[in-house]
Design a protein around this ligand. Structure first.
Ligand SMILES: Nc1ncnc2c1ncn2[C@@H]1O[C@H](COP(=O)(O)OP(=O)(O)OP(=O)(O)O)[C@@H](O)[C@H]1O
Ligand SMILES: [Mg+2]
Length: 201
């Protein structure tokens, strides 16, 4: 169930070569920080791993029947919906009845330190709470692959710290987590580091 990259490289049409010769085997239960300066191709590499971008060179083998989930830099929720609702929805979508869905959602909210705001509308959550909620929601969908792009870019240092603490818990859940980041704290929260500097063309 691993995600395998063989000699992967990419450039956009008429663009410069971003990275080359990436050989990697990503395995469930580990979290990978993809690091490198702005414009190095971190988001592009996540897109290649997710299968959204076809690499110009090499090949990517994803786990069979894999389900991928994304968490982006700006937490997008539904303003008037509660935190609990956001996390219950993926459980409902997977066929759980409402009480079981809410129970599953509540235990994830507790794990992410959000139990106190379970009944709060999304619009009232702080930046760090909203970002943690997006992570909890992504996990509720039980993905095999989880891609997180710059989860702390919009956050102040202290809030970023709490998000990093929770990112640390995401490894070991049996899914492959890949996080694009500039943040040293986020990098240190991952079990592995993929530095694009090592894959310069
Ligand atoms: N769809 C596209 N078509 C053409 N060029 C693109 C496309 N997407 C990204 N690029 C270019 O590819 C380069 C790498 O972009 P990418 O977003 O992967 O970098 P990044 O490392 O994630 O940067 P940042 O840290 O700023 O998010 C940039 O120069 C960008 O302008
Ligand atoms: Mg990016």
């Amino acid at each position: 169930m691993s995600l395998i990259l063989k000699d992967v490289g990419h450039e956009y049409e008429s663009g410069r070569r971003l990275f080359a010769g990436i050989d990697l085997t990503l395995i469930p239960g580990r979290s990978y920080a993809v690091v490198g300066p702005s414009g190095a191709g971190k988001s592009t590499l996540l897109g290649v791993m997710a299968g959204d971008i076809h690499p110009a060179h090499g090949c990517v083998r994803r786990p069979d029947s894999s389900s991928a989930n994304w968490v982006f830099q700006n937490p997008h929720g539904v303003a008037g919906r509660t935190a609990l609702d956001h996390v219950a929805l993926p459980f409902l979508a997977r066929g759980h009845e409402r009480p079981a869905a809410e129970e599953g959602a509540m235990s994830l909210l507790e794990e992410f330190g959000l139990e106190a705001v379970a009944d709060e509308a999304f619009r009232y959550l702080s930046g760090g709470e909203a970002q943690r909620l997006m992570l909890a929601r992504a996990i509720a969908a039980a993905p095999d692959l989880l891609f997180v792009d710059e989860p702390t870019a919009q956050l102040d240092l202290r809030t970023a710290h709490t998000v990093n603490d929770f990112l640390r818990r995401m490894a070991g859940r049996g899914c492959i987590v890949v996080i694009a980041t500039h943040d040293a704290g986020t990098r240190d929260s991952c079990t592995d580091v993929v530095d694009l500097a090592a894959f310069q063309p």
